[in-house]
Design a binder for this molecule. Structure first.
Ligand code: PLP
Length: 260
């Protein structure tokens, strides 16, 4: 029987991030993918030019229609946009707390466009974090959730990972890509202990959607009943392969100089 995963997230029409990236990751990891849309964005590899939100009650309707009919083995939550959508998602998932939920606390697109209203932070912290089986913040997102300054060292990453664990998620994957370092280490923090995942930094401009892809791959691995550490190892290895191939894609006008 094939495992299934549901992405509750925004649309990226350029196919690099959002639900489009999630569905690609689900398929690549051998999982049947489903989606509940929170927002439409108009964007390409240059950035986001517009956002159109889905009414919160309709986000809830989409989630309910899936759970009413189809077995869901894991959920990934991405772009949540505002407090009302966060509350609707929390309400809709309340009776499905046993399903592994990966929460990617998407806040700002790499181009700088906000994807979460600052007023929604409290709702994400109090309603969504406690539902998460795995929270996957990058360092700016971890700092924003804690109201602290961004971690600059591994010790600070560890301290913030433990502080986030105290807010209710079962596991925290602190993504160290923003460290000023040759390496890009990630840190998994659970009740049972901590483990570092070491990785070389890959030099490419094609990193749009890497966060979405990692969290979707994690949901896929959890859907297949991997434990958190095995899920992180498998998802990171899949993402590293995708990023290593990214320059061959030649998608987007920033790649034009390579085609001549
Ligand atoms: N657009 C949508 C709909 C997303 O869900 C995300 C994911 O985080 C992004 C854009 C951000 O993409 P990036 O910051 O990787 O460019």
């Amino acid at each position: 029987m094939i495992a299934t995963a549901l992405s509750i997230a925004g649309s990226d029409p350029s196919g690099g991030a959002g639900i489009q990236a999630d569905l690609k990751a689900f398929s690549a990891r051998g999982v049947y993918g489903m989606t509940a849309l929170t927002a439409l964005t108009a964007q390409n590899t240059q950035g986001v030019s517009g956002v159109h939100l889905v009414p919160p009650s309709f986000v809830a309707d989409q989630i309910a229609s899936i759970f009413d009919d189809i077995r869901v083995d894991a959920v990934k939550i991405g772009m949540i946009a505002n407090a009302d959508i966060a509350a609707a998602v929390a309400d809709a998932l309340h009776s499905h707390k046993d399903v592994p939920i990966v929460l990617d606390p998407v806040m700002i697109a790499k181009g700088g466009h906000p994807l979460l209203e600052p007023e929604a932070m409290e709702m994400v912290r109090t309603r969504l974090l406690p539902l998460a089986h795995m929270l996957t913040p990058n360092l700016p997102e971890a700092a924003a959730l804690l109201g602290q300054t961004e971690a600059k060292t591994r010790d600070e990453m560890l301290a913030q990972g433990k502080a986030l664990l105290a807010l209710g998620p079962k596991a925290i994957l602190m993504k160290g890509g923003h460290l000023d370092s040759e390496e890009s280490p990630d840190l998994l923090v659970t009740e049972d202990g901590v483990s570092w995942f070491e990785a070389e930094r890959i030099n490419t401009v094609n990193t749009h959607g890497t966060g979405c892809t990692l969290s979707a791959a994690l949901a896929a691995e959890l859907a297949k009943e991997k434990d958190p550490a095995a899920a992180v190892a498998a998802a990171k290895s899949y993402l590293a392969g995708a990023v290593a191939m990214a320059d061959d894609l030649n998608v987007g006008s920033h790649n034009k100089d390579k085609t001549g």
